[in-house]
Design a protein around this ligand. Structure first.
Ligand code: ADP
Length: 510
């Protein structure tokens, strides 16, 4: 039993509201893959079920891409990269295509929010203010980079030919055919993060959405055709990671893999991609610390730390899952967080009253509950949540664990759910050591109004992003990626163009 004083389990559960006609029609379409600009069934005829995580019910089926479908998609992407209208298109032409796609996302924003909520479980409200406008703006931002790709000229001192002069420069060229494998926590936004920079750079793409959340990528595929992208420039394969995903990673016709997902799968992908020496970028797991200094505003910390862990049901790679609070204010912060967790209204994502939806799948729900159980067994106390509500759907109550120790699995491993572990500290050196005592290094936040303390702390934290008095803030212009086992490569901003281009040095005897 949890020590949660308010029973949020029964009162919360309203039925999933009815779907709009457009979404009902969309999910009733025949299972299909986007290959070479056409919607085709999987060659082997296999399909995968799609579930509504709020009810556990099957809501539709999508095609399951197999080896032959991967072959067809790679061939289409290769042909579109080497010949036809895409390599002939000017950068301004690519920019226009990306803008058109962004406008179409905007026009269908309500539909996308509904699809994303239904498929992933997140609230429709959150999808409508974060995921969908975020994806739209990401295409717009990256559209601008298409016309800003540049190289450099160099002075050289090449000897051996008396009196010879050389004109030398570096050009940037698209890396080629890119396979992009994305996770289920922000399906549309992750598709945008992958497709937009690759297309701006002039690459061609094969996108594989996660098997748990394939729907928004398929709807995006329809808009990609409507926007006028030439056939084969974007191919979309729904399917399993171990088969379709692994086949893309191993395929010699793919030049680059861009992956967002678990560290475990990232390592497998990196190993497999070594055989063909593909370019690889990996945005992987995290166990991000939230460090609260003694002067911090307690109310701001409670709200901020609750959002840092409970946003998107904790299914965020930068989720603030390890809380370190100075002893002076620890009890007040933790008590406030427990009350905040107990006050969160669980329910189906499409219900307007819901504040937190279910986890994405039964498997994920069981995994998260297993972690909570392991924490209990190792001696942690459950201050809030700690269990699934008694109704159907893949819910887990927002959970706060205290009395944890650094060696516990709940402190060391990425849970990817609404589970916070809270620890106290007295000295700065102690909290720096604890915060960095992790194989991960994706994000971290520092909560203080002491500028000097923040500035001194920032360089000591090993993380790709450090937030101060906020957490989980991302922007297309702000490089994003991890230190250590949180991956390598940076998405967003100018550096995203580096990920999708090769440098070519040209040396001309003049
Ligand atoms: P999670 O464990 O959180 O479900 P994963 O890292 O397994 O996340 O999944 C992220 C993406 O990686 C999904 O699209 C999934 O299909 C894909 N994937 C899983 N296993 C493999 C694999 N062996 N090779 C390539 N892609 C994979």
């Amino acid at each position: 039993m949890s020590s949660n004083p308010i029973d949020i389990s029964v009162a919360m559960m309203a039925p999933q509201p009815p779907l709009s006609n457009s979404v009902r029609d969309f999910i009733a379409r025949k299972p299909r893959l986007l290959i070479n600009g056409e919607w085709v069934g999987a060659r082997a005829g296999n399909t995968l079920a799609v579930f509504d995580p709020a009810t556990g019910r099957e809501i539709g089926r999508v095609a399951e891409a197999g080896a032959e479908d991967v072959e067809r998609a790679v061939a289409a992407a290769r042909a579109a990269f080497e010949s036809g209208p895409w390599p002939e298109m000017s950068p301004a032409g690519r920019e226009l295509m990306l803008w058109r796609l962004a406008d179409l996302i905007d026009r269908h924003a309500a539909e996308f929010s509904e699809i994303e909520s239904l498929d992933n479980g997140k609230t429709r409200f959150m999808a409508s203010v974060i995921d969908v406008p975020g994806a739209r703006d990401y295409f717009r931002y990256m559209a601008g980079w298409a016309t800003k790709i540049e190289g450099t000229t160099m002075q050289t001192s090449i000897g051996g030919i008396p009196g010879a002069k050389f004109h030398t420069y570096v050009a940037r060229e698209p890396v080629g055919v890119v396979a992009q494998i994305v996770p289920w926590n922000f399906p549309l936004a992750m598709a945008a993060w992958k497709l937009a920079p690759a297309l701006a750079a002039g690459c061609t793409c094969i996108l594989k959405p996660a098997e748990q959340t394939p729907l928004s990528a398929l709807r995006l595929g329809e808009l990609i055709i409507e926007a006028g992208f030439p056939p084969g420039v974007v191919n979309i394969l729904t399917g399993l990671g171990e088969t379709a995903g692994a086949a893309l990673v191993a395929h010699p016709g793919v030049d680059k893999i861009a992956f967002t997902g678990s560290t475990e799968v990232g390592k497998l992908i990196n190993k497999s991609a070594t055989d063909t020496l593909k370019r690889v970028s990996l945005e992987l797991g995290g166990k991000s610390p939230v460090i609260v200094l003694p002067d911090a505003d307690v109310d701001a910390v409670i709200g901020g730390a609750a959002m840092a862990i409970f946003f998107n049901s904790g299914q965020v790679c930068t989720a603030g899952s390890r809380l370190y609070v100075h002893s002076k204010i620890f009890d007040r912060v933790v008590e406030g967080l427990g009350a905040a967790a107990n006050g969160i209204r669980l329910g189906p994502g499409l219900d307007q009253a819901t504040q937190m939806g279910p986890l994405v799948s039964k498997e994920q729900q069981q995994r998260v509950l297993g972690y909570i159980e392991s924490g209990r067994k190792q001696g942690a106390s459950v201050l809030a949540g700690g269990e699934a509500p008694s109704h159907p759907g893949y819910f887990v109550k927002p959970t706060v664990l205290v009395n944890v120790r650094p060696e516990m699995r709940v402190v060391r491993e990425e849970i990817f759910g609404p589970v916070l572990v809270a620890q106290r500290f007295d000295e700065l050196d102690e909290v720096v050591k604890a915060a960095n005592d992790s194989p991960y290094g994706l994000g971290a936040s520092i909560w203080t109004n002491n500028l000097s303390a923040a500035q001194r702390l920032i360089p000591r934290i090993k993380a790709g992003t450090v937030w101060v008095n906020c957490h989980n803030m991302v922007d297309p212009n702000m490089p994003f990626g991890g230190f250590k086992q949180s991956g390598f490569g940076r998405e967003h901003g100018r550096v995203a163009m580096d990920m999708y281009t090769e440098l070519k040095s040209v040396c001309m005897l003049v």
